[in-house]
Unconditional design. Sequence first.
Length: 203
Amino acid sequence: MGVTPPTNEQVLWLSFQSGDEGAFQQLYQLHIRHLLNYGLRLCESVATVEDCIQDVFTELWHYRQRVTQPASVRFYLLKALRNRLKAQYRREQPFISGWDDDRDEIGQATFSIEPSAEQQLIALDIDSERAAKIRLAMNALSPRQREIIYLRYFNDLSYEQICELMNINYQTARSQIYSSLKQLRMLLKDKELSLLLPLFFFN
């Protein structure tokens, strides 16, 4: 049985660990958009999110020779950012509401959807009434449901990774996905759902 060849990202990681600044910059460029999108849905302060991302990469470079190569670089970075934001909240409390330490989740914060999504819908010739209905359907989901959908479908994380990141069990993750999609399908057609969901989660 042959050995699976390393991915380009794994090669970049090994080069970065060897001190290759170019490889480190490429890793940054590969993941910065996803980190910004995720961070800005957890924290309302752009400056705080940008500072936390900078801290994640600064620490990563400083400890590069000690860090074990992760199975998924994106998961590793998302988790590092989430932990950094949580620590920052405890110090400065810049979040929309509060972080529930017992459940390791944003308390009443809204894990926000893309604010310009309604304008994008109208640009696609979807009338404002229909766009408002779609937004209402998305807002009907809980912050936890929106975060799980975002991680699962737009960051390709496994259920196991989502559980580790959000400190929830496997069954909870599965049931939240199922109930979220069922809830959305009560208001939206499958074709509309597949077309419109990305507008609410991507810049």
